[in-house]
Design a protein around this ligand. Structure first.
Ligand SMILES: [Zn+2]
Length: 168
């Protein structure tokens, strides 16, 4: 099961991600951040928890998910879409180390589709190879400023004491 915690207030507001996962054959359940806060068991039984917002947007939910499952971030900030980083205990830095909370602008729908496709491909890769490509790494596609694709590597904070936090 794939758990999706949407970045928006309504789970149906940006349906590309959930639609793409279901079309690829993954059982997918979506929560808004508010719903996930009400349902403390939301990550239990999930292979992957996808957050539709930058790391650090919902710190308590993200640390809870990190203890239970593999966590993948995927979101669109205006004219820039990002897939990753991904993290799991022992494999990459914890959500607190990855924190990059930004106020995201209205998503470009083209980028929402690219992000959704990227999430599906990463989950499929993880499933087939038992190894992901986006641990501690993110890919972004920008349609403004310097348009195109870029990647970023994310590091552990020195002296982080969160159990399972690791350099990717
Ligand atoms: Zn950490």
């Amino acid at each position: 099961m794939i758990a999706v915690v949407t970045g928006a207030d309504r789970p149906d507001e940006h349906p590309e991600l959930v639609d793409a996962l279901r079309a690829a054959g993954w059982t997918t359940q979506a929560w808004t951040p508010a719903e996930a806060e009400q349902d403390r068991g939301f990550p239990v039984g999930a292979q992957i928890v996808v957050f539709g917002a930058p790391p650090g947007t919902s710190p308590l939910l993200e640390s809870q998910a990190f203890q239970e499952a593999t966590v993948l971030y995927a979101y669109v900030d205006g004219a820039r879409g990002t897939v990753g980083p991904m993290t799991a205990a022992g494999s990459a830095p914890c959500p607190t180390c990855l924190t990059d909370a930004i106020d995201v602008a209205t998503p470009d729908p083209l980028l929402a589709r690219w992000v959704a496709a990227g999430v599906v491909l990463e989950i499929e890769t993880l499933h087939r190879r038992r190894a992901g490509t986006l641990f501690a790494t993110s890919l972004s596609w920008s349609l403004q400023d310097d348009p195109g694709v870029s990647s970023a590597r994310h590091h552990r904070r020195a002296h982080c004491r969160v159990p399972g936090c690791a350099e990717g």
